[in-house]
Design a protein around this ligand. Structure first.
Ligand code: HDE
Length: 743
């Protein structure tokens, strides 16, 4: 007897049946959100378009609003059915003849290109540079001649160690790479958010990067320097300790790309029309002020929103809050270089702004997100060798090495020598040369002549060199024996590390010590921990003692210093984040936790105060559909409470009804919302009925002067004004075990 089929199983279709997709065109994509922050692009505005890769030569495929484009193959053949492959019979084999299927799968198979070996995770935007002060006195560079002129710019921010899919808030250096499409060729200023580097000679770069990346046998940890290999290398590389002070500071966990400084790091040269050279260091100073998160917050942000930094930039630009940086230059001559305590060619050193002031000469504005991440952000190829006439290299051995590496790496990543033909990499000024062919050549020269010199005359003979306009290297004299050496003038490894440390406020110094203890506590070998602390003894004895104590380690002897450190370099205020914070809460984000029945007058007063400050807000509620306020208004939420922890915000407010407070007091995510905001020293606005949640969270007794009442509408403005402080640091001493070594 045949077994009876289960009744729920439908008979398999035996006849050919065409599966068609639901018609998505015009489908409702959701309700409107009242949130000011994180604008969602209006789908109705988007028309479909392929960018023209030839920049004018090919056919641009554009479809007007309201029309629907016909799907085609890469060859432009219209596609009738994108749901079913071509088969012999309804249940037969798929046919090789199906060119649409084969092309689609073939192309998909090749979608990935190698990620960057460092700086793999990044995010970019378009904008412009505007000259505000002419540098014509020291440089012939076209970009520095005419005040008020704008130069298109593309800027990519990145982390260094993590892979492309890693989280944004790793403790790490941030890349700050700027491509400026000048009228005399592209200038790539490929910098970082920290003005010094770990090593002095490019030959050590592979070792440094190998040490910080996941260990080769186990492939972990990802995007983290807190492991044996990194600290082993560092503790054997004393020149890295100035940079270590920066990476252990909150500079390595920025709040936003918008609140980071950028630095060209190396000493470069500016060269005038007469060939005279002036040394220069480049600085990008954010008009938004400096701001970082705290480590415990960073750890949690990475879980709550791994895209925290890219989302922040995307939201700010789409919301019309365009980030801006001043371009500053430190200019100095050979006489200064000769008299300075350190070698200006040593990339582990800064020149304090107190010694050579930063002259602001322009501003950088980012005002447009990319159309396509891959085409622009992934394929952009920065090369330190890209400098226009008037800007030149110094002999910094790190920079010299980079000038080889960046061109070389693009060939691997982008597949051939024609990556300059990709629109994001192509200059926006006239180009003429005889380079030709190769993979994906898009711009081969026209005509018969592809060499020079030639005798085909001006009309047909093609471009000619121009000794007056052309790039001329600064005629620096060089002499000496061929040798592998590190100059004696590079031998001081600790003086500026100390200068950085003593320039920090006490809370920032605490964060450096905490970070060192955290990182070294992840190191398994005690000898590596101890060796690291031996270097700290050459920087600051209290720091060394605090870290040793935090590790439960006997204080080791000081490491042998190649040169006796200078202990009394003066503190420099510019090195502190806290001393260079924003003047207002503008552009910052308030998280408002609400419930049904929350006081409408207070909520609305708070929104008005946020608006007046130029800040943004997001609503968090028990349900994503939002909450109904006391006056019957419904407010949609941006986050359900579980997905909107307080770490996502610069400050928080809790405005709930008594019933809402009772409900949320039992909710772990709601309790975490307030305890984390409290632990991270944030300003907290507390509505009249909200206290029960703070009681349930166990912090009601500890509330301090940065926890402000929102019982009356008039208190909203006072609260938002207080938020300008960003953090109430005295609280940290009461909530962090590390702050109380005696405990
Ligand atoms: Fe890089 N670095 N680097 N680097 N670097 C790369 O180039 C390299 C260094 C920096 O958003 C790579 O296109 C060497 C210092 C940024 O696309 C590679 C040395 C500074 C970016 C490379 C250094 C930087 C990179 C990998 C030691 C700050 C991302 C992919 C001498 C001044 C650019 C690529 C982007 C990327 C080599 C040191 C900044 C392999 C050999 C110092 C911002 O070419």
């Amino acid at each position: 007897m045949m077994a009876k089929k289960p009744t729920s199983t439908k008979p398999l279709p035996r006849s050919a049946k065409k599966i068609t997709p639901p018609d998505l065109v015009g489908a409702d994509v959701g309700g409107e959100s009242p949130q000011k922050a994180s604008p969602v692009p209006d789908d109705a505005e988007i028309s479909f378009a392929f960018a023209d890769p030839l920049g004018g030569g090919g056919e641009t495929h554009q479809v007007a609003q309201g029309e629907v484009a016909t799907l085609t193959t890469q060859q432009g053949i219209p596609v009738a059915d994108d749901q079913n492959s071509l088969k012999q019979g309804s249940r037969g084999p798929t046919l090789l003849e199906d060119f649409h299927f084969r092309e689609k799968i073939f192309h998909f198979d090749h979608e990935r290109i190698p990620e960057r070996v460092v700086h793999a995770r990044g995010y970019a935007a378009h904008g412009f540079f505007e000259l505000t002060d002419s540098l014509a006195d020291v440089s012939r560079a076209d970009i520095f001649q005419r005040v008020g002129e704008r130069t298109p710019a593309f800027v990519r921010f990145s982390t260094v160690a993590g892979n492309k899919g890693s989280f944004d808030l790793a403790r790490d250096v941030r890349g700050f790479a700027v491509k400026l499409y000048t009228q005399e060729g592209n200038w790539d200023l490929v910098g970082n958010n920290i003005p010094v580097f770990f090593i002095q000679d490019a030959i050590k770069f592979p070792d440094l990067v190998h040490s910080v990346k996941p260990a080769p046998d186990r492939e972990f940890p990802q995007a983290a320097s807190a492991h044996d290999n990194f600290w082993d290398f560092i503790s054997l590389t004393p020149e890295s300790f100035h940079m270590i002070m920066w990476t252990m500071s909150d500079r390595a966990i920025p709040r936003s790309f918008r609140t980071m400084e950028g630095f060209g790091v190396h000493t470069f040269r500016l060269v005038d029309a007469a060939g005279k050279s002036t040394f220069v260091k480049f600085h990008w100073k954010p008009r938004q002020g400096l701001q970082s998160v705290v480590w415990n917050e960073a750890v949690k942000i990475n879980g709550a929103d791994p895209d925290f930094h890219r989302r922040d930039l995307w939201d700010a630009i789409n919301g019309g809050d365009f980030p801006e940086w001043d371009l500053g230059v430190q200019l100095f001559d050979d006489a200064f270089a000769d008299s300075f305590d350190f070698d200006v060619l040593d990339a582990t050193k800064i020149i304090p702004e107190e010694l050579v002031p930063v002259r602001v000469v322009g501003r950088l504005v980012l005002d447009r997100v990319v159309d396509n991440f891959f085409a622009e952000t992934e394929q952009v190829a920065f090369c330190t060798q890209n400098v226009p006439p008037g800007i030149d290299f110094s002999n910094d051995p790190l920079l010299q090495g980079r000038n080889f590496s960046y061109l070389d790496t693009q060939i691997k990543r982008l597949g051939g020598p024609n990556f300059t033909h990709i629109p994001i990499n192509a200059p926006k000024c006239p180009m003429a040369h005889f380079q030709q062919d190769g993979h994906m050549a898009m711009r081969n020269p026209k005509g018969r002549v592809n060499y020079e010199p030639n005798s085909w005359g001006a009309a047909q003979g093609g471009p000619r060199e121009d000794p007056a306009r052309g790039f001329t290297s600064f005629a620096e004299a060089a002499d000496g024996p061929k040798q592998r050496v590190r100059s004696e003038s590079f031998a001081d490894h600790y003086s500026q590390a100390r200068q950085f440390y003593v320039s920090q406020t006490p809370i920032e110094q605490k964060h450096i010590a905490d970070a060192l203890v955290f990182e070294l506590s992840k190191v398994e070998r005690p000898d590596i921990r101890s060796r690291t602390v031996s270097h700290l003894r050459n920087i600051d004895s209290t720091l060394a003692a605090t870290v040793a104590d935090g590790l439960g380690l006997p204080l080791p002897d000081a490491a042998v210093a190649a040169r006796t450190p200078i202990a009394d370099l003066p503190a420099s205020d510019k090195l502190s984040i806290v001393k260079n914070g924003p003047a207002s809460f503008r552009g910052r984000k308030l998280g408002i936790l609400i419930s049904d029945g929350a006081d409408a007058a207070i909520f609305k007063a708070l929104l008005a105060a946020v608006d007046a400050e130029g800040a943004v807000y997001e609503v968090v509620a028990p349900k994503i559909a939002g909450a109904t306020l006391s006056d019957g208004t419904t407010v949609a939420a941006r986050h359900k409470i579980d997905g909107g922890p307080s770490v996502l915000f610069d400050a928080v407010a809790v405005i709930v009804s008594a019933a809402g407070a009772a409900l949320l007091s039992r909710d772990a995510a709601a309790r975490d919302f307030v305890t984390d905001a409290f632990a991270h020293c944030k300003y907290i606005g507390i509505g009249a009925e909200a206290e029960a949640i703070f009681v349930a969270a166990g912090i009601a007794e500890d509330l301090d002067e940065a926890c402000l009442p929102l019982g009356r509408p008039g208190q909203a403005a006072t609260f938002v004004e207080a938020c300008r402080g960003l953090r109430y640091w005295p609280r940290e001493l009461t909530v962090d075990l590390d702050a109380r070594p005696e405990a």
